[in-house]
Design a protein around this ligand. Structure first.
Ligand SMILES: *Cc1c(COP(=O)(O)O)cnc(C)c1O
Length: 398
């Protein structure tokens, strides 16, 4: 496989399923078995698999050429959709993966502030960027690797890791390192240690500490962007970062991601500024077509009302069977009775029990994320029938 989270070792299986096709909320593996899918490519597919409008837009674009290495109108249109949707974003650059977006945002924040240190949170994942691969959630946590070989200590020496939801720890870190701090980077709703919402006041405190120290606040909204609200977690919680990282939904299921923010910061990027960042396939025509086909339908408020209703139905059905944590259309059923506020709490969940639940559901044609430290991603293709069948199967597990 080409990404370790797809392996099923963490849930006690030797081989992952190999997918043949998908439609709506369902997957079919190469042996013809059908599964109700709660992974949804780890979040991008807000309208489900093989969404007709997305497929048509990609096919149309492909007929006109798959890559030019020169600007196209669709890139400008997608940028305009992003700027319109995400409150703090005035200018945006398109890239091909969330990792690339996070790496570039970190470079830009360091250049803009002329500082080196970055504060991140244990269990938050920002792609496999060397400097941010310290205390990173899901894949790394699932594999039990404290960090990764191949990342030189010099690369992470300016990365400071704090506990999520721990304002005091951040405040004392800022007091100690504030002058050299380029950025605080955070998943505003953590999704890579399982779903962990920010406690009231946490994001506001980060904003205040950044303002006081001159560091930039960077929201990694790769999962939350266009999911918890059209404008992401910053809209939902009304806290504005300086830079925002987007991915997953923004590309409509094709390889596309973005970073954006205040114009004054974004103007530092080449060619208008001196911070180098580039990509042969950045703003790729197929990916921008898919992104536009999705984003243009998200302006209708009923999309988020429906996602909330479906998420709430799932949450109330799962509540008797563990600790459910949910924000909008992302939820985790933790195998614990205790609240999960941070990565330490998440690691106290019973992962063996989660593995047994995963296998029980897979036998019944329901595909959960093959790790306790991930979310269930509700899409508009998940109707009451899909939600209720999942709840019933989890209740049968006992
Ligand atoms: C998935 C993810 C990334 C990395 O995106 P890729 O496209 O896989 O490189 C970064 N940040 C968060 C919050 C993510 O969930």
């Amino acid at each position: 496989m080409n990404s370790p989270v797809r392996a099923m070792r963490a849930v006690g299986l030797d081989e992952p399923l190999f997918v043949g096709r998908g439609e709506g909320a369902y997957l079919e593996d190469v042996d013809g078995n059908r599964y109700l899918d709660w992974v949804m490519s780890w979040g991008p597919l807000i309208f489900g698999h093989a969404d007709l409008e997305t497929v048509a837009a990609v096919r149309d674009a492909a007929e006109r050429g798959t890559s030019f290495g020169a600007p196209t109108e669709a890139e400008v249109e997608l940028a305009a959709e992003i700027v319109d949707a995400v409150p703090s974003v005035e200018k945006v650059r398109l890239v091909s993966s969330g990792t690339e977006a996070a790496m570039s945002a970190a470079r830009l924040a360091r250049a803009f502030t002329a500082r080196d240190r970055i504060l991140k949170f244990a269990g938050c994942y920002h792609g496999h960027v060397d400097a941010l691969l310290a205390g990173a959630g899901s894949g790394v946590a699932t594999l039990g690797l404290p960090s990764s070989p191949g990342v030189p200590p010099a690369t992470t020496k300016d990365t400071i890791v704090c506990k999520f939801n721990d304002v005091d720890a951040v405040a004392s870190t800022v007091a100690e390192y504030g002058e050299g701090l380029a950025a605080i980077i955070v998943e505003p709703v953590a999704g890579n240690m399982g779903v962990v919402p920010p406690e009231p006041g946490f994001l506001e405190a980060l904003r205040r500490l950044c303002d006081a120290s001159g560091a930039l606040l960077v929201f990694d909204e790769v999962i939350t962007g266009f999911r918890v609200a059209r404008g992401g977690a910053q809209e939902l919680f009304d806290v504005m970062p300086d830079l925002t990282i987007l991915g997953k939904i923004v590309g409509g299921g094709l390889p596309l991601a973005a970073f954006g923010g205040r114009a004054e910061i974004m103007d530092r990027l080449a060619p208008s500024g001196d911070v180098y960042q580039a990509g042969t396939l950045s703003g790729n025509p197929l990916a921008t077509a898919a992104g536009l086909a999705v984003l243009r339908r998200l302006g209708d408020p009923s999309v988020y009302e429906q996602l909330e209703q479906r998420g709430a139905r799932l949450e109330s059905g799962l509540a008797p069977h563990g600790r459910v944590q949910r924000v909008g259309a992302m939820a985790t059923l933790f195998m614990t009775d205790e609240p999960v506020r941070n990565f330490d709490d998440a690691q106290r969940a019973d992962t063996d029990r989660y593995g047994a639940l995963f296998r029980h559901l897979l036998d019944r044609g329901i595909y959960l994320a093959p790790s306790q430290f991930e979310g269930m991603f509700v899409s508009l293709a998940h109707g009451d029938e899909e939600i209720d069948r999942t709840i019933q199967a989890i209740a049968d597990f006992g």
